[in-house]
Design a protein around this ligand. Sequence first.
Ligand code: EPU
Length: 337
Amino acid sequence: MIRLDEPLKLLNTFGLDVSSRLFFAFSAEESLRSLWKTNLLQLTSPLVLGGGSNILFTRNYHGLILKNNIPGRELIKETSAHVWVRFGAGEPWQDCVQFAIANHWGGLENLSLIPGSIGAAPVQNIGAYGVELKDCFVELSAFDLVSGKVRTFDQSDCAFGYRDSIFKREGKGRYCILSVTLRLNKNHEFHTQYGDISTMLDSMGVKTLSIKAVSEAVMAIRRSKLPDPDVLGNCGSFFKNPVVDASHFELLKKQFPDIRSFPAGEGKVKVPAGWLIEADGWKGKRVGNTGCHQQQALVLVNYGGATGQEVADHAQRIVASVEAHFGIRLETEVNII
Ligand code: EPU
């Protein structure tokens, strides 16, 4: 059933008080197909909403929001080393991580506690602590909102990049992801090379590594740095970490000897945006009802009552200021609507 003027405050983790002119929640592909047959999808501008954890609404949405609630966790194949699990796109990401860990299937533990739904995970190739979704991704099925057909996308079709996929580019707005299949490991490989994880495991007194211990370490780090959206509205990292030419970085390093970096392939360097924003004086600074978080400058927060436009304006101030200071133009990771 289509609902009118649906409040979205509880459906976006920035906690913005906006509404959608038209709203359709569905838990099965058939419901979406029935809607497609009415031609409404062709007449309105549909926007698929998952967990609402990577979206900034700057105003009420005047089109149709499709809220994906498709459930499901199905073991579809098993060998001595791996399992293939198909998840319904509406499942909360963290429930799937916990489901995998409870079954002793490895691969998702470094991605613990990322907000959002399974269906949104491939859109921006979610990543944390040295692991990305693409590392265990097999395929997804998606409903083409234009043709009404269901299409399968494998790894190469998705064209994954750093916080990027075809669904943020050519496929933007065209597909509604229905299910995602992941290949998980029975023989666990641990990714603890990311500095903070080994330090946290040591401080937790962990002697024997397990996927559960890695997951707990990741959750402890996230809880210490990243604000809980139920307490302080936010969408995690607001900007991507910029990648610059090594020659540009060398010049910056001369001027700012403390600048941090990670290798990013041939002749390229990734610079933590959090470092740039902090060095520019924005960390913990509140402007009106928004600002950069105290513990993580890359996270913009809603202190209560912020409008999306206020957050977007603040983001623009930060972009201009970082560009003037370092000659690097930050790109947003969050979808601004
Ligand atoms: N840093 C600062 N000041 C800050 C924040 C960071 O100087 O306020 C510097 C520190 O030097 C730190 C480095 O930046 O060593 C990296 O910081 P951190 O480990 O917190 O990670 P990040 O690069 O800021 C990325 C992801 C996060 C992910 C973490 C851990 C992006 C845009 N963000 O953040 O993802 O959790 O690494 O893997 O790539 C998200 O996408 O929403 C997200 C939270």
